[in-house]
Design a protein around this ligand. Structure first.
Ligand code: ZN
Length: 341
C-alpha cells in the first residue's frame, strides 16, 4: 500500500504529477481510466488515490494514513470504496446495476464515493451500456477508476467520457531494489528483475521457493561444467520434479540464457554488466574455456530452444541435448576452433 505521493512518484512519475495537480487545482475528474501493462501498480495507485479523496486530514495533498478513513481504505473496509473485481471473463450487467444501487444507498457515509473496476476490458455490451449511463450523470461526489491493460477493447464512448492515465513499465532497478527490500539477495533480485518487468510477478516469484531452487540449479549446472567428476546433465535430471510446469521450464531456460549471456559479456569485456555477480569467478573460468564464437553459438542454441519449446516438443530431450553440447565445450574444450578471441 502506498503511503505518500513520493512513493507513487518513484514507480509512476507522470501519473503522480497528473493526479496531484488535479487535486491541487481542484480539477479531479469523475471518471478515470488507468491504462498500462501488467504489474505497473495501477490498482495500488487507484486505492491510494481513493485514500487521498477520502482522508479527513489531508496534509500537502498527502493522506494522513492515521484517520479512521485512511485506515479503512488500507484495509479495504471503507463503505464508500467499492472494488469491482468479479471472477470470470466478463463483468455482467447485474454487477454494475448492483453497484449503482449501492452507490445510492443511505447507508453510505457522507463524502466521496469511489469505485474501482479491475480489468475493465471485461465489460460486455450490456454492462458497458449500464456503466455509460452512470458516466453520463455521475453523482456529485462519485468517482470511478477503470483499470485495464487493453484500453483498445473498451468502448470508445467510455474512453471519451473518461480521462485516461497511462502507466509505464516499472524500471528494472526499482524492481530489483523492491525485491531487496523484501530481504532477497542482490544477485537473485537482479536476475528476477531481468526476467520480468512486472513488479507483482517478480514479488510472487521470489516468494516461491521453487524459483530459488531453479536459480540454484542453474548455477550448479554451470559450476559442474568446471568439475570433471560432476555432471550437469545429472543435476538437470535430478531436478525433474522441479521442472514439471511450463512456468518453471521457462524460468529455467531464461536463467540459463542469462548465465550464458554473462559468459559472453565477460568475453567481450563488459565485466561490469554481469548479472550473476556472486558467480563471477565461475563465469571467468568458463569464459576462458571457450572462444567468443562458441559462446555466441551456445547462446543461440538456447534462444532457438526457447522458440522450439512453444511447439510442444519433448523438453527433457531438448535440454539434455543442449547440456551435452555445453559440456563438450566447457568441460572437455572440444572445439573445432582455436581460442583466438
Ligand atoms: Zn487520513
Amino acid at each position: 500500500m502506498f503511503k505518500t505521493w513520493e512513493e507513487v512518484q518513484k514507480y509512476q512519475e507522470g501519473v503522480a504529477r497528473i493526479l496531484t495537480n488535479s487535486i491541487k487545482l481542484n480539477r479531479v475528474s469523475h471518471s478515470y481510466i488507468f491504462e498500462g501493462p501488467k504489474g505497473t501498480r495501477k490498482k495500488g495507485v487507484a486505492i491510494f488515490f481513493a485514500k487521498t479523496l477520502l482522508c479527513t486530514d489531508l496534509k500537502d495533498l498527502t493522506p494522513c494514513n492515521e484517520c479512521h478513513n485512511c485506515k479503512r481504505v488500507d484495509n479495504l473496509t471503507h463503505p464508500n470504496l467499492f472494488l469491482i473485481d468479479p471472477p470470470g471473463k466478463t463483468i455482467k450487467k447485474e454487477v454494475i446495476s448492483n453497484l449503482i444501487q449501492e452507490l445510492a444507498k443511505a447507508s453510505l457515509e457522507p463524502g466521496p464515493r469511489v469505485y474501482i473496476v479491475i480489468d475493465a476490458d471485461r465489460f460486455n455490451q450490456s454492462s458497458a451500456n449500464t456503466l455509460l449511463k452512470t458516466m453520463e450523470e455521475p453523482g456529485q461526489e462519485v468517482y470511478q477508476i477503470l483499470i485495464t491493460e487493453n484500453i483498445h477493447t473498451l468502448l470508445s464512448t467510455i474512453i471519451s467520457r473518461a480521462e485516461t492515465i497511462h502507466f509505464l513499465p516499472v524500471d528494472r532497478d526499482l524492481i530489483k531494489n523492491h525485491l531487496m527490500s523484501l530481504d532477497v539477495k542482490e544477485t537473485f533480485a537482479s536476475i528476477i528483475s531481468q526476467y520480468t518487468s512486472d513488479i507483482d510477478t517478480a514479488e510472487k516469484l521470489v516468494k516461491n521457493k521453487e524459483t530459488e531452487e531453479i536459480y540454484l540449479l542453474v548455477t550448479e549446472i554451470f559450476q559442474n561444467m568446471l568439475l570433471k567428476d560432476q555432471s550437469s546433465i545429472i543435476s538437470f535430471l535430478q531436478a525433474e520434479k522441479l521442472l514439471n510446469t511450463n512456468e518453471n521450464i521457462d524460468i529455467f531456460l531464461n536463467l540459463l540464457i542469462f548465465y550464458q549471456k554473462d559468459i559472453l559479456t565477460y568475453k567481450i569485456n563488459y565485466e561490469d554488466e554481469i548479472m550473476f555477480i556472486d558467480h563471477k569467478e565461475t563465469i571467468t573460468k568458463l569464459a576462458k574455456k571457450i572462444n567468443k564464437y562458441q559462446a555466441q553459438e551456445y547462446l543461440q542454441e538456447m534462444l532457438d530452444l526457447s522458440m522450439k519449446l512453444k511447439y510442444n516438443i519433448n523438453s527433457q530431450l531438448a535440454f539434455n541435448k543442449l547440456l551435452m553440447s555445453l559440456e563438450r565445450g566447457y568441460k572437455y574444450a572440444t572445439s573445432s576452433r582455436s581460442d583466438t578471441v
